[in-house]
Design a protein around this ligand. Sequence first.
Ligand code: NDP
Length: 255
Amino acid sequence: MTGAWTKCKSVLVTGSSRGIGLQLVKELAERSDRPARIIATARDPASSTALQEISKAYQGVHMVTLDVNSQESISSAVQEVQSIVGSEGLSCLINNAAINISTDLNTVTPDAMMTTFQVNSVSPLFVTKAFLPLLQTSASQSTGMGLHRAAVINISSILGSIQANWGETAAFKAYAYRTSKAALNMLTRCLAVDLGPKGIVCMSLHPGWVKTDMGGPLAELTVEESVSGMLSVLSTLSEDDNGGFKDYRGHTLPW
Ligand code: NDP
């Protein structure tokens, strides 16, 4: 929808040092209908040359340090973001940061499960809780539901779909990753129940299988194809999407 992103005053992306997160920041910054403030967070922004270049090339791209596993890092990021967005609050939080430790039934360990759950399922909850006051500030300034008001987008995966993990698609047995994304999907639903009535739309979004460090070189999509699709899907975000699970083409996915 043309112009939809202009109505979104600010977007924060976690894990924007590389891959899909970096491309989300780049494409948002390049749009003619771009949000005024793009907050690119990363564990160590100084170590991402690509992110540094984007923040130098485009006005209104703010780099903020955020390790999603650290409550201390989350708290100081919230303070920094508060000073960037001011009284307008935060319009859109994209929980993108994640890890994928390769684990099948033989190789899975308690440590691999716990480490993956921490980053992929627990951290998105506590990042969202920490930014909630800023999201509520934005939500309190409009009516309806969508990018113009407030949104929490959890970057999930079809691999987190319990229904889809049956038959042929069940071949890829990534125990830690699949279960962590299934938990993230339930987090989306819980947040949607709690935050929907406050005007904050919450949804899970699958980027497709994408050529990044995580997706690998054999993946189906370039990062550009995936991200332009996701931004287009998000541009039509409405109350119908609250508690939903879609892919980068806008197709509804099974839970
Ligand atoms: P990458 O592995 O390429 O990038 C992962 C990003 O997450 C990096 O920026 C990394 O930062 C960051 N990250 C990891 N741990 C933390 C942390 N503790 N705090 C802050 N940032 C952290 O992955 P993709 O770009 O491919 O994936 C992005 C999202 O898309 C993920 O949620 C993934 O599960 C999902 N996805 C990806 C698919 C694909 O095919 N690529 C398919 C389906 C879903 P650092 O550089 O510091 O390590």
